[in-house]
Design a binder for this molecule. Structure first.
Ligand code: ADP
Ligand code: MG
Length: 589
């Protein structure tokens, strides 16, 4: 007799359960999705001891069809699709018919389900997928499912699970995702008998603040775009509110939480220098795509998705985010005030001391000592002409603000300027940093004469391993204008340095750059980093005096920047007090 045998169905289920049910949070996910598919408007979730001792999910949905209850815990039984074609037009979470049978095979399960209170409900008890009893019980509308002793018969799986607390955390994260995906649904959530959430039916914005706190509500930018059959709506956090990891990023496609390949990367790309190094924005983005253009059947727990046109999707994604990010900066005064929630300066706050500062702006002293600002070549060029040289693009357009005139400097730091649409307060350091950053980036992108030989080469001493790594990447560094040779051991010699580094600061800028390259190797990333390192070192500082002429030039150039409202590290460069705000404050409107 041959050795090949058909496997016993209960063994097949146990094996399959490993794919669908990885841990208690997957039980929560599958059961809540079933409740949503059953059109429930209220779902309650309870978990005990990391979900391993007990999970209870109950809903007020339409309930199981009477004949379906027993079949449902058998493998591949679903009421949601009948043929392969149905997969192309899928509007339910489930379709594989695997969840209940998988859960049943690795637990002691009880299901009580009915369609209304007046007819008896059915109660099913099972153990390891084997039905123990099915009986009539008191009627109810909806379904109650209790999963006891999860993985009790698969000790290896159980061993792989983390600590109870870690599992609790995973369950909570899962409840967050599920409840975000459907803010119109009510959710109750208890962990070890402690009430965690009691979520009412609300808008997405309110669901976000219910889950993550009021503060985030002040930092949400609304995203909305529709193009060629794809829709996107939701929120991202503004550049002032971020996390040091990606755990605040949620993506949904057709309401299904999905890990979109590249999504974090795409987001990061949009925020670019708006965010400090290592910062990640929050996102709550919902995409609606015709199910025919996506394949959800690529992963057993459906957490990944395949797009028919991935490029098309990516470019849509970038457009949706860029639209809000670019239009929402600069920060208006009232918005800023709302964020800081500090009282507005009324007439009582103009005390004598402030009055004298105000007068000193009008005083000529501030403008007496014109300094030649490093990196700023206003000599030889008349107003306007030098701007053309800044960029190869002749059709320069003003971006967010069009300055008309300026009134000098407040507190040796803030430039006051009038523009078409309001009064701008500009931080001289961050503004100059932004200008320098874009200048350097542009010259790197044009790649003409980025480096020049040093009269006396710079010696750099690092560890042998670091030296080897640097030499290995020297071709990359040459693209930004750093030419390095090895002198053996841990000694390196920089022979050529980028032209735009101010004389005397080469060593510190280059060291800073080398320290920060990490695993960036794309040309674009290296350019960006170099521009940041130089801009930071060469920008005028708080307290540096500027002539009136240079002041004017500074704001003028800032107005031509691609992104005038932030410094390369994400700090604001300007704050706007719009004409509208002013008129409101003085009750003229
Ligand atoms: P799928 O969701 O892929 O269809 P499941 O194993 O998760 O497979 O569920 C099997 C079937 O059980 C579903 O198709 C549905 O008919 C029924 N079912 C499961 N949970 C519920 C529920 N909470 N309310 C009503 N019916 C349910
Ligand atoms: Mg299901």
């Amino acid at each position: 007799m041959g050795k090949i045998q058909e496997l016993d169905p209960s063994l097949i289920n146990k094996i399959a359960a490993g794919e669908v049910i990885e841990s208690a949070q997957s039980v929560v996910k599958e059961l809540v999705e079933n409740s949503l598919d059953a059109n429930a408007s209220k779902i309650s979730i309870e978990a005990f001891y990391g979900g391993l001792s007990k999970i209870i999910i109950s809903d007020n949905g339409k309930g199981f069809e009477e004949d379906d209850l027993e079949i449902s815990i058998k493998r591949h039984s679903t009421s949601k699709i009948k043929s392969f074609q149905d997969l192309e037009n899928l509007h339910t979470y489930g379709f594989r018919g695997e969840a209940l049978s998988s859960i049943a095979s690795v637990s002691r399960l009880t299901i009580i389900s009915g369609s209304n209170e007046f007819a008896p409900a059915l109660k099913l008890d099972s153990e390891q997928g084997k039905i123990l009893s099915v009986k009539n019980v008191q009627g109810r509308k909806g379904t109650y499912i209790e999963v006891n002793d999860l993985f009790y018969n698969t000790p290896v799986r159980r061993k792989f699970l983390k600590s109870e607390r870690a599992e609790d955390k995973k369950i909570k994260d899962r409840v967050n995702i599920l409840s975000l995906s459907r803010p119109e649904i009510e959710f109750d959530f208890f962990l070890n008998d402690k009430k965690i959430y009691n979520l009412k039916s609300v808008t997405l914005e309110n669901r976000i603040t219910d889950l993550f706190g009021e503060n985030i509500g002040n930092h949400l930018l609304e995203v909305k775009l529709e193009r060629r059959g794809i829709k996107c709506h939701g929120f991202i956090s503004d550049p002032e509110f971020y996390r040091s990891n990606r755990l605040g990023q949620f993506f949904f496609i057709n309401n299904r939480p999905i890990e979109i390949k590249n999504s974090s990367y795409l987001l990061k790309k949009c925020f670019d220098e708006l965010l400090p190094h290592g910062a990640h924005p929050w996102s709550f983005l919902f995409f609606e795509i015709d199910p025919r253009y996506i394949d959800v059947n690529v992963h057993p727990t459906k957490k990944e998705i395949r797009f028919l046109d991935e490029e098309g999707f990516n470019s849509f994604f970038l457009e949706a985010i860029n639209n809000v990010l670019r239009s929402k900066t600069p920060v208006t005064f009232l918005e800023l005030k709302r964020r800081l929630s500090s009282p507005m300066p009324g007439k009582n706050t103009f005390e004598p001391s402030e009055k004298s500062t105000f007068q000193s702006i009008l005083h000529d002293d501030l403008f007496k000592n014109p300094l030649s600002i490093k990196g700023f070549s206003v000599e030889n060029v008349g107003a306007g002409t030098n701007l053309q040289e800044l960029t190869s693009n002749n059709e320069i357009v003003h971006r967010d603000f069009i300055p008309k005139k300026h009134f000098g400097i407040l507190f040796e730091t803030f430039i006051l300027a009038e523009a078409e649409d309001g009064l701008y307060i500009i931080d001289q350091h961050t503004a100059h940093e932004r200008i320098r950053y874009e200048e350097i980036l542009n010259s790197l992108k044009k790649s003409v004469n980025v480096s020049q030989p040093l009269l006396s080469p710079i010696r750099i001493d690092v560890s042998i391993q670091e030296a080897e790594e640097i030499i290995e990447r020297r071709k990359e560094y040459e693209k930004v204008g750093i030419f390095i040779d090895s002198l053996g051991g841990g000694t390196l010699l920089v022979r050529e340095a980028p032209v735009f580094i101010e004389a005397g600061t080469e060593k510190e800028v280059i060291l800073d750059f080398l320290n920060r390259t990490g695993n960036q190797s794309e040309e674009r990333e290296l350019y960006d980093l170099m521009a940041k390192c130089v801009a930071c070192r060469s920008a005028i500082k708080k307290g540096d005096h500027m002539s009136d002429h240079i002041l004017g030039e500074l704001i003028n150039r800032l107005s031509y920047c691609d992104n005038p409202s932030r410094c390369p590290h994400g700090r604001p460069t300007l704050i706007k007090l719009s004409r509208d705000d002013l008129e409101k404050m003085f009750h003229r409107k």
